[in-house]
Ligand binder design. Structure first.
Ligand SMILES: Nc1ncnc2c1ncn2[C@@H]1O[C@H](COP(=O)(O)OP(=O)(O)OP(=O)(O)O)[C@@H](O)[C@H]1O
Ligand SMILES: [Mg+2]
Length: 248
C-alpha cells in the first residue's frame, strides 16, 4: 500500500512548486497508473516515494512506514525501475542481478529461483551472461525490471517503464504487472501510453502542474466525461497542445 498525504515538493532556490499537496492512496492488489503531461510532477512524486527526494512538507508511506522517518525499512519494501538507464555497464546481467540481490539480502536459493523465472519471463536468459554495455536499450530496461523484482518487493514502482520496449516486451511487462498485483502486491507506474493505462490499470490518477486533477477507475473517468476514451479525457483535462503532451 502506498499513501501520499499532503505531499508537497518545492525545488531549489526558485522554490518551484513541483508537487502541490498530493493526497493519494493505492491499495494492495492494485495496478495504479500515474498520468500527466511532461513536467506535471510524476517523477517528483515517484522520487519521494522511493526515498530519493524528501518532501518539502507532507508524508509518503509504504505499507504504513513513513519513507522519511524510516527510509531503510521503506526501501526494503520497494522495487524501483527508474526512468533513466544509469546502470552498471561493466557487469553482466547475472552479476547485476546478484548485486541487487546482495543489496536486499536475498538468499542464494530465492535469488536463483527468481532470476531464472524472470529472465525466462522477459526472454533474457541467454543475454544474462553478457555485459550490460552490450545490451540494447530495451534489454537494459528488461534487466532493470528483473533487478527490481529480485527481492520480491511488496510495492513495485516504475517510472515510464514502456519507453524503449518493443511491443512483445511491453506485453510481457504488462502481464507481469498484472501478475504481481494479483499476487497481492502494489504496482505504481507512470506512463504516457494512455491505451496501456486504460486496459491495464485498476485505477489511474491524472496530475497537471503538480496537482491531482482526476482520480478513479478508468471507467469512472471515462463516464464522468461522457463516455469518452481516456485519451480524450486526458486531453480535455490537461488542456494545451495535444501534440506536445503526447509526444513522449
Ligand atoms: N531537480 C530539479 N530542480 C528544479 N526543478 C525541477 C527538478 N526536477 C524537476 N523539476 C521541475 O519540477 C516539475 C515536475 O517535474 P517532473 O520531472 O516531476 O515531471 P514529470 O511529470 O515526471 O514529467 P515527464 O513526463 O516529462 O517525465 C517540472 O516543472 C520540472 O521542471
Ligand atoms: Mg518523469
Amino acid at each position: 500500500m502506498i499513501e501520499f498525504v499532503q505531499t508537497t515538493k518545492r525545488y531549489g532556490k526558485s522554490n518551484k512548486l513541483a508537487l502541490d499537496q498530493l493526497n493519494l492512496s493505492v491499495p494492495n492488489r492494485c495496478v495504479y497508473g500515474f498520468l500527466g503531461p511532461n513536467g506535471a510532477g510524476k517523477t517528483t512524486a515517484i522520487r519521494m516515494l522511493t526515498g530519493a527526494l524528501r518532501p518539502t512538507s507532507g508524508t509518503v508511506k509504504v505499507n504504513g512506514i513513513d519513507v522519511t522517518e524510516d527510509p531503510v525499512a521503506a526501501k526494503r519494501l520497494i522495487g524501483f525501475v527508474p526512468d533513466t538507464q544509469e546502470m552498471y555497464e561493466r557487469l553482466t546481467g547475472w552479476e547485476y542481478l546478484n548485486f541487487m540481490a546482495d543489496i536486499f539480502g536475498v538468499n542464494e536459493e530465492d535469488r536463483r529461483a527468481r532470476a531464472d523465472r524472470y529472465l525466462a519471463t522477459f526472454e533474457m536468459t541467454e543475454a544474462a551472461g553478457s555485459r550490460i554495455q552490450s545490451y540494447s536499450r530495451g534489454m537494459k530496461q528488461k534487466i532493470a525490471v528483473i533487478g527490481a523484482l529480485i527481492h520480491d518487493p511488496e510495492v513495485w514502482v516504475l517510472d515510464e517503464p514502456m519507453v524503449g520496449l518493443d511491443p512483445r516486451a511491453a506485453f510481457l511487462l504488462k502481464e507481469e504487472m498484472r501478475r504481481q498485483a494479483d499476487a497481492g502486491k502494489t504496482v505504481f507506474f507512470s506512463t504516457h501510453v494512455l491505451e496501456v493505462a486504460e486496459k491495464l490499470c485498476d485505477r489511474v490518477g491524472i496530475i497537471s502542474h503538480g496537482k491531482l486533477i482526476a482520480e478513479g477507475t478508468p471507467e469512472e473517468l471515462q463516464h464522468s466525461a461522457g463516455d469518452e476514451s481516456l485519451e480524450q479525457v486526458f486531453l480535455e483535462m490537461t488542456g494545451g497542445d495535444p501534440a506536445e503532451e503526447t509526444s513522449k
